[in-house]
Ligand binder design. Sequence first.
Ligand code: HDD
Length: 740
Amino acid sequence: MSTEDHIVIPGAPSSEHPSVAEPKTPQEPLPPKPDQQGPEAVSPTGSPTGALDSSRAQSGQYLTTAQGLRLGDTDHSLKAGSRGPVLLQDHHLREKITHFDHERIPERVIHARGAGAHGVFRSYGTASKITKAGFLAPEVETPVFVRFSTVLGSRGSADTVRDTRGFSTKFYTDEGTYDLVGNNIPVFFIQDGIKFPDIVHAAKPHPDREIPQAQSAHDTFWDFVSLHTEAQAHTMWNMSDRGIPRSYRTMEGFGVHTFRLVDGAGKTTLVKFHWKPKQGVHSLVWEEAQIINGIDPDFHRRDLADSIEAGAYPQWELGIQTFPDNEDQTFEGIDLLDPTKFVPEELAAVQPIGLMTLNANPTNYFAETEQVAFHPGHLVPGIDLTDDPLLQVRLFSYLDTQISRLGGPNFAQLPINRPQAPVNDMFRDGMHQTAVHSGVAPYHPNSLDGGCPFLAGEDVGAFVDVPVKVAESIKERRNPASFDDHFSQARLFFRSLTPVEQDHTIEAYTFELGKCYEVNIRERQLMALANIDAGLCAAVATGLGMPVPEATVQHPDVEPSPAVSQLGMKWPVAGRVVGIIADASSDLSQIAAAREALHAEGVVPLLIAPTGGELTGEEGQAIPVQRTYLTARSIEFDAIIMTGASTPAADAKPARDAKAGHFGTGLDPRIDLLLSEAFRHSKAIGAWGPGVAALESAGINSDVAGIAVGEGSATVIPAIGDLLAAHRSWERFPATGAEE
Ligand code: HDD
């Protein structure tokens, strides 16, 4: 095809400036990056010839209409003269604007903000003793798509708000698609799905002013959870550091409900699913989370995409806790059908059954992350449900919501939702039908289409409902008595936290209740806290300046579960980010050595210098600058290393913005701010050369926990690595926790 094929409309302006000239030679669009290929859709819902294959939706070199008609202009509407009115007959204009007008679909009613990634799940085969699910057999690899999300905020809200996080996984198995639609917290707010609209209405922004966005720190949320005290356990997890994860990569995931695994002989085992991140379980601190929401509201989304693009693929081990499928469905006194309860790992160990690796970013956010449709009722043979009343209602809600969100009943044909197993469902027609179904008899049995499709027996992979005995009972609207205990697990969780985590939790309650206007709501929530833990209640009441109420229930003796604490372990450092602050006084050979050592551990070093470009040394070495004093902020870094004096430039203008306020330390005020934030947020800080004196000027004493000062990178980098492995240097500030 030659450039002569290009039609030039007479009179259309052409760019005269060569550097901004429009390319005129036809080129193929850039292919997706190699790591951005989605799973192949092999569903027969596509046309057998492939003629309707959705991947052909955009092809060819020339701009066309939706009908494939080539266009020579898309910047000027058709007018009666260059200054005249626009003509209705401009078919391209009308098509372009109409399509644009309908580009948005309703956002998810909850979990609207999310980020997704493709990956693969490799089964260890350890679960195959108790389930016939094919994808859990030894060594089987299954493509997956995962979507992480916040719950409360709108699609454009900030990432690091205090909230529960969604953790949904779609396994494209050979036996049909299996969805594990979980959260990063193992318990839920309510016991019965009928209350779900109520908790969501209470937690979403107030209906009159539609504020606050993506927050639980407001009256209606605390009104609900203090009146429905079954929500107290989940709320306690939210107020802990779990409510503000460092990254989607450093979150645990939980299936929450108890599910039922079924083996080849029909024997059943009750299980709870856990995702354990290989990266460790880490959180932000509250002030840091708040700063991030302003500086980089896409923090979690960016972190996930960047790490995958850099090849630091996040991994989670899938694990199960197993329980005998006994008649009363309890384990060690815990009702396994009550989704507000979890089973401490000390009572039932989590047994690893497979490894998930996320290794490809979506090619198109809308097509994949926005249009993916999860459903806890997407099951495969070998995995079945229980009578948990929350789960039972979910089974209705997910299918239902997709019909309005994705515009009709054919959303399973969207590429991201297409099963990788053959589909022959006899569903026909409907909005957005893309399949060209052949045959005349979409009913069963039939004699006209050769009897096809046939019914499968269990021997060829049919899903068979477990014939569970249903208790003889009466029809009633009531919970079992075992659902009545609303406080002991909240107490168990709080008493399992370390003092520093307890302090954070106390601060979070005090902050959130401090944002409530209604005194009676604060009083009622303090009552609930009194019933959970006297020390916690007293500390929060003191912060609010309110009287400490007496408990109305007796505190049970609870055995702490150290496994719920996030502290005290060492984790891999790969993927963490270290900021190296440098200027003309820095020794570039030390910086080069530090970068090499950090890279070797999979850590991302980012050089921060007064201006962009390169830092050049006396011997002519040059290191590219990745952040400037203006663009860097502490929140991006897990650790900071000072290598230069970082004094303000001689010609520095008087500071005007808050970020550049003078702190009187003799350092550039932006570096001063960066250091003081990193220090307050208990991050590792290192220094060598002129950086040592600079730290001292900033008032950071090298005797304090988490400060690594040395001659150069050979001593400081290993020390920083050790500190990073523990995530934060919490010992820097004395923690008291709540009194028993
Ligand atoms: Fe739900 C979305 C997780 C209870 C009704 N839920 C949704 C998502 C996650 C969860 C992770 C986002 C899926 C995605 O990324 O597209 N939901 C949970 C967990 C629950 C839970 C772990 C309890 C253990 N959910 C729950 C109940 C109901 C719903 C009780 C209704 C009765 N959930 C929905 C929904 C959503 C949803 C309205 C909104 C968007 C969607 O489904 O696709 O149907």
